[in-house]
Ligand binder design. Structure first.
Ligand code: TYD
Ligand code: MG
Length: 469
């Protein structure tokens, strides 16, 4: 039957159907099924050749204790923050997906990593499907001498890339980006699920055989999924996500999945004119920039397994506009609305007649409930025009979730947050009371008491009174 040679693949989730239908049976999306020839995918360079190179007699299961697993030396990219997120460097033969929105610095990061590896004597290859070799060179010139050593191949044909891998046998290869690769035997535009999956499968087969570590650069769809299809995420060994706001200089790399390391690590970078610079001690940066002005507080936050001190700033400005503006940068807008409502109800100021702006300084994005208390304190301080810093000008550090009834709720990793704050001389830290008392913490059970304690810091004992109202 003619039908058996092609199937219908959902462009959103990769679900495969035998017949076309308007709605995908896998994810329920409409009009996402695209006819895809089946033959090339099965017999391509991917699974087929790998199977062919092994003897195909019956296997003998081995107890794990007896499995020999030689310790493989990791390939260091020379970018410490990236190596840490990878779990100590690149594992030879592994497949890594690096996702991120356009312009975030994926090509810059991979270019720098390959440059360092090349300078350390490793054979590398940079395959560019998006830019010409001349454009890649222009970037490398900004990155310095090491980046210019990297051999580049401007190519979008999958077959040509595979052949080059076979011929060059690099230790590390970057495919920038996997969405631009297309297999000749397949219909469907580059970037479609079928093409991306075929490309990734074929590259994986070849790379594992040649023991070449491959970094696949992938674009991110508007809802944040790498390459649209989730098919790639389970195929690869490691999924890295590069994020940050394009207009700001701070960027973070985090692992969403890592077969060779923890997924909680985060690397922080700054985009400068000479490429990405590692920010080895982000807390020092952020605290150093923190001001002792009203409306500023230091949040002891967590970025993966790493504590991070960031400055949260608020501005409260009276306005005639109805409804007044609520602008949040670096925190969730709904979370801000909730904190403002709890403040008005439980001992804080009412800002009904004022615009409120809240900003996490430095372009960092905080995505955890532990930021609530910092937002509440910053807004209250801005509203009263009274600094949270103490008499010596040391900023106040805090963390904690604010509940709807005005209670302060504990958040994870309290010890590490406190330790980080104390390291920078910010103590005692205002926080919810935990199960056990912690050194360096001023515990408070509810928002009302925390506000009273915080805003009484400068002038001893001053009560919460609405002097600005
Ligand atoms: P790029 O790595 O091309 O982003 P992506 O591959 O993720 O699309 O570069 C991102 C931006 O960084 C680009 O707008 C220019 C800027 N940039 C610098 O500021 N300094 C530099 O040294 C380089 C190479 C780029
Ligand atoms: Mg790029």
């Amino acid at each position: 039957m003619a039908r058996s040679s092609s199937s219908y693949v959902c462009q959103a989730c990769g679900h495969e159907a035998l017949a076309w239908s308007g709605r995908c049976g896998g994810c329920g999306e409409w009009n996402t099924l695209v006819e895809t020839p089946r033959e090339p995918a099965g017999t391509g360079a991917g699974s087929g050749s790998r199977r062919g190179s092994r003897a195909s007699k019956a296997g003998r299961p081995v107890p794990l204790r007896e499995v020999s697993a030689p310790k493989v030396a990791r390939l260091r990219t020379g970018i410490d923050e990236l190596d840490r997120v990878l779990g100590g460097g690149l594992v030879p033969g592994s497949l890594i997906l690096l996702g991120g929105s356009p312009g975030i610095g994926k090509s810059t990061l991979t270019g720098m990593a390959l440059g360092n590896l090349a300078a350390a004597g490793e054979t590398v290859l940079y395959v560019s499907g998006e830019e010409s070799a001349a454009q890649v060179k222009l970037r490398a010139e900004r990155l310095g001498e090491a980046a210019l050593r990297v051999p580049v191949l401007a190519e979008t044909s999958l077959e040509a890339v595979l052949a080059t891998l076979e011929a060059e046998r690099p230790a590390v290869c970057v495919i920038d980006s996997v969405q631009t690769m297309h297999a000749e035997g397949m219909s469907g535009a580059p970037g479609s699920v079928g093409q991306v999956r075929e490309a990734a499968n074929a590259i994986m087969g070849t790379a594992k055989r040649l023991d070449c570590a491959v970094i696949l650069v992938g674009h991110v769809t508007k809802d944040g999924a790498v390459a649209g299809p989730r098919v790639l995420e389970h195929l690869v060994d490691c999924v890295l996500f590069f994020e940050g706001e394009r207009e700001r200089s701070f960027r973070t790399v985090r692992a969403l999945k890592n077969r060779f390391g923890a997924t909680s690590e985060v690397g922080v970078f700054e985009m400068r004119s000479g490429g990405l610079v590692e920010v080895l001690d982000p807390s020092a940066r952020f605290v150093g920039e923190a001001s002792a002005a009203p409306g500023s507080v230091v949040l002891a936050s967590m970025e993966g397994s790493r504590p991070l001190l960031v400055e949260v700033q608020a501005l409260v400005a009276p306005t005639e506009i109805v409804p007044p503006r609520r602008t949040a940068t670096g925190i969730d807008r709904n979370r801000l609305a909730m904190v403002l409502a709890v403040l008005a109800r439980h001992g804080g100021p009412s800002v009904a007649g004022a615009d409120v702006f809240v900003n996490v300084a430095g372009g960092v994005r905080i995505d955890e409930p532990g930021a609530d208390l910092a937002v509440a304190l910053a807004v209250a301080s801005a509203h009263r025009g009274e600094p949270l810093a103490d008499a010596e000008g040391r900023p106040l550090a805090c963390f904690g979730e604010v509940g709807l009834t005005g209670e302060l709720r504990p958040v994870g990793h309290a010890e590490r947050r406190v330790a980080e704050a104390l390291k920078f001389g910010l103590g005692p830290v205002l926080a919810p009371g935990g199960a056990e008392p912690l050194r360096g913490v001023a515990p408070h059970g509810d928002l009302r008491r925390a506000l009273r304690a915080a805003l009484g810091r400068g002038k001893a004992g001053s009560e919460v009174s609405a002097h600005a109202a």
